[in-house]
Design a protein around this ligand. Structure first.
Ligand code: FE
Length: 346
């Protein structure tokens, strides 16, 4: 009897640190959207698990995880680019997990392929389209209804686009490489450089503003930046969004390029259970609706219906998106960067 009591006490002591740990997770996040605050606080409210957040960009997070190695305090990772998710998986920075909730919710093409232990290294929780915006006073929709057309000499001095090496562009160009082949992709990239209105600078919002101000005739942006301007409380932002037309390119061929933001459990997570709980929360209808309405992205979980007026206005309801294995786009990154160096796309 005594022995049993002692054993129980020892067991209780042994589980104490684990219980304390359960109350917090360390999150490394590349999501740079202020509206996500509500997402995190809702999780804490629902589960009692506190989130300690470290913000950085995708590259910064990967570098940090590598430097920290097994001593890393990270439990959960959120990245905003498919190629980077793939890279981190290949580099062994994620802990593949088994969750029937996530497997049922997230379509197979929006998550990592099963790993050797049968687990999944990462899941996509939202998608965004990379679209073309244009000055409605200068051009028509049909002028820019395919990415290929951005290299047309008629846009000489008209194109605004952020740095070619930014993950959003590396993924788009890596996808182009899959669709039209390496040779044509490099010729196309050279065409983009020849058409630039200015050296690449700023983020996607700056390119939209460039079109609205008349400095650029055409530009490339992720959809949520435009949706944010359309729904802004600032009348100037709304007026600028009003001045630009938007095209979901390649509707009559392979479809518009999509990127995915996703999450994973860190390879050396000290609280993997809390981390899985957080990822499962991200696939819940409440969190998915938050992605859709807070940051104007498309939810990935099956059966989640959204009602976002800006996204609806942009697409007219639906559009054709490309279907590519994310690993293929990821593997093209280095090749594409070499092309960019050759054609002088900074
Ligand atoms: Fe972004």
């Amino acid at each position: 009897m005594k022995k049993t009591a002692l054993a129980s006490l020892l067991l209780a002591l042994a589980t104490l640190p684990a219980l304390a740990q359960d109350k917090a997770i360390n999150l490394y996040s590349a999501r740079h959207y202020p509206t996500d605050e509500a997402l995190y606080s809702d999780f804490t409210k629902t589960t009692g698990i506190k989130i300690n957040r470290v913000d950085s960009d995708d590259a910064g997070i990967l570098a940090r995880l590598k430097a920290e190695g097994s001593a890393s305090p990270a439990d959960v990772i959120l990245l905003v680019d498919a190629s980077r998710l793939w890279r981190a998986e290949v580099d062994g920075l994620f802990l593949p997990i088994k969750s029937s909730m996530l497997d049922n919710a997230i379509p197979t093409n929006l998550r990592a392929k099963p790993s050797d232990n049968g687990g999944t290294a990462w899941y996509g929780f939202s998608t965004r389209a990379r679209v073309i915006v244009y000055d409605k006073a200068k051009f028509n929709k049909t002028d820019v209804d395919a990415y290929e057309k951005l290299a047309d000499p008629k846009f000489k001095g008209q194109l605004c686009i952020r740095s070619g090496s930014h993950p959003y562009n590396l993924s788009l160009f890596g996808a182009m490489n899959e669709h039209i082949g390496a040779q044509k992709t490099e010729v196309w990239l050279k065409g983009l450089v020849d058409n630039m209105a200015r050296s690449p600078k700023g983020g996607d919002t700056d390119q939209i503003k460039g079109v609205a101000s008349g400095e650029c005739g055409v530009a490339v942006t992720n959809t949520y930046y435009l949706a944010r301007m359309m729904r802004s409380t600032n009348a100037d932002d709304r007026a600028m969004a009003e001045r630009v037309g938007v095209v979901f390119p390649n509707q009559s061929s392979w479809g518009t390029h999509m990127n995915v933001a996703g999450g994973a459990v860190a390879r050396y997570a000290k609280n993997p259970d809390g981390a899985v709980k957080f990822l499962e929360y991200l696939a819940s209808p409440a969190a998915q609706n938050h992605f859709a309405n807070g940051n104007n992205e498309w939810p990935t979980a099956k059966g989640v219906v959204i009602d976002n007026p800006a996204l609806k206005a942009m697409t007219g309801g639906s559009f054709k998106s490309e279907l590519l294995p994310i690993s293929a786009v990821g593997m093209n990154q280095i090749k594409v960067q070499q092309m960019l160096d050759r054609v002088g796309f900074r």
